[in-house]
Design a protein around this ligand. Sequence first.
Ligand SMILES: C[S@@+](CC[C@H](N)C(=O)[O-])C[C@H]1O[C@@H](n2cnc3c(N)ncnc32)[C@H](O)[C@@H]1O
Length: 219
Amino acid sequence: MTDETPHARKFYDRIAGVYDAIADSSEHHAREEGLRLLAVQPGERVLEIGFGTGHTLLTLAETVGEEGHVRGIDISQGMCDVAEKRLAEAGYAERVQLDVAEVPPLPYEDASLDAVTCSFTLELFGLDVIPSVIDEVKRVLVPGGRFGVVSMAVTPEGEKDSVLEKTYKWMHHHFPHIVDCQPIDAAGFLEQSGLEITAREDIVMWTMPVIALVGTAPG
Ligand SMILES: C[S@@+](CC[C@H](N)C(=O)[O-])C[C@H]1O[C@@H](n2cnc3c(N)ncnc32)[C@H](O)[C@@H]1O
């Protein structure tokens, strides 16, 4: 357990009931693009890390169909309760297994998943923890499995941060308990961990750069 754990859990438990009202309108486009790039197929076994209120889990459950299986892991019981209700109302409770636990580690067997997805969550981990998260993802993926990431991105070299981006970084630096995430070089982290970037889309969210990526494990 890291020093941040009690805060992250309490923070997301507290905002679970209003998370969609705060974040969904800005985040859903990027999240959907990430899923499009990941191109999950019927029958696949898929995990979402940091599933939040469960929008992606619902799409994944529809996509994998009866032959497939979806898992989700999230640190917050509050988020899990919201996601569970969404899935039950849609009739997918049986197809999705939810775990409330801190990542890393991932409590799943080696080479047991075809794809792992993670949106607006990888950038919540400390820069020194992200490689361990990706190593765990690699461990649970089958050879050739895919890791889909949607995250706040660093501003491309030679371009200036927007005012909002500057404010965001300043807030994260000074008030990390309020703005808990920071823009990251997600492609760099994936490549350094030995994943090959096989799909990529640059997105702008309220003047801030966001990236949707797929990193593929060696076959
Ligand atoms: C910003 S929300 C994103 C939710 C969702 N992926 C989306 O795009 O709407 C981040 C989620 O990651 C979860 N989370 C944060 N730190 C975590 C950790 N160390 N292990 C597992 N889940 C974590 C939070 O509880 C929250 O549900």
